[in-house]
Design a binder for this molecule. Structure first.
Ligand code: BGC
Length: 265
């Protein structure tokens, strides 16, 4: 697909400032697309390549460049990564190749993307920004927490739309174990747990988050949020829990928002 022309004459044509490009790097796929920042919708389809194995920085950056090239997009690019990014450096790699730890991600991606401007941020933070602005958190004042249940548990905290980056609550110890080692979607699959059994663990984890952060709303994201009706009603928390609504585009949309805002974490 080709990026929309910037010189079209129709009244409702999107101007370049309304569009941004996001790429979401996950354990199995690298997905990207052009985002309409007025609506939070993708312009056209998203495009995905498989995450290379091993998912080393240069191999992943090649995949990101392939996704960007697919759209003939030549502007700035927002990119998510499944780890902590501070001062332009990836600090952790719980569920991705350990070679990421200490990588200067701005240098990496600008080398693979012809020196263009990039913004790089945590994957759950990006999804949280997108859900808060356009999805399940839209119009909700105060503290909103998004959690992604996947291979790990990602977290994002927003207060009136302002992100506190890199909260990493999946690694908070709840009882004897880290939250993501007992309540991620991967743990449910590996143990063959029913939704009833798994939601007991999720309720415990959310109860700990409630006691520490007192959010107004939890948004449940990650692939398992597509089955929300099977498990969200089983949770026993006092804070309302709603499923994410952007589903597999939230990371892309949040990455696009980040680069359009010049966000650096
Ligand atoms: C990582 C987080 C990430 C989450 C979801 C966790 O293991 O530490 O940075 O957001 O997984 O990918």
């Amino acid at each position: 697909m080709t990026a929309p022309s910037t010189t079209t004459s129709t009244d409702d044509a999107k101007q370049p400032a309304d569009l941004a490009f996001g790429v979401d790097v996950g354990g199995s796929g690298i997905k990207g697309g052009i985002v309409d920042l007025d609506t939070g919708d993708l312009v056209g389809e998203r495009f995905k390549v498989l995450t290379p194995q091993p998912a080393t920085p240069d191999a992943v950056a090649d995949g990101v460049a392939e996704v960007v090239a697919h759209f003939d997009w030549t502007g700035p690019v927002g990119i998510t990564l499944p780890g902590v990014v501070t001062e332009g450096v990836m600090r952790t790699a719980a569920n991705i190749d350990k070679a990421w730890i200490g990588t200067d991600v701005y240098d990496l991606f600008s080398r693979h993307l012809d020196g263009r401007t990039v913004s790089v941020l945590n994957d759950a933070d990006a999804a949280g920004m997108a859900e808060d602005a356009y999805g399940a958190g839209k119009g909700v004042d105060g503290v909103v927490m998004l959690l992604t249940f996947g291979t790990g548990i990602g977290s994002a905290i927003l207060n009136n739309g302002n992100l506190v980056p890199n909260t990493e609550l999946g690694h908070l110890q709840v009882g004897k174990k880290e939250a993501e080692h007992q309540a991620s979607s991967r743990v449910r699959e590996e143990k063959g747990w029913t939704y009833e059994k798994w939601t007991e663990k999720v309720s415990e984890v959310l109860a700990t988050y409630e006691a520490l952060f007192w959010p107004k709303l939890f948004i449940a994201g990650g692939g398992i949020s597509r089955k929300a009706d099977k498990w969200i009603p089983l949770l026993t928390n006092k804070t309302p829990v709603v499923p994410a609504t952007l589903l597999n585009t939230a990371g892309i949309v949040g990455a696009a928002m980040a680069v359009s805002q010049g966000l650096k974490t």
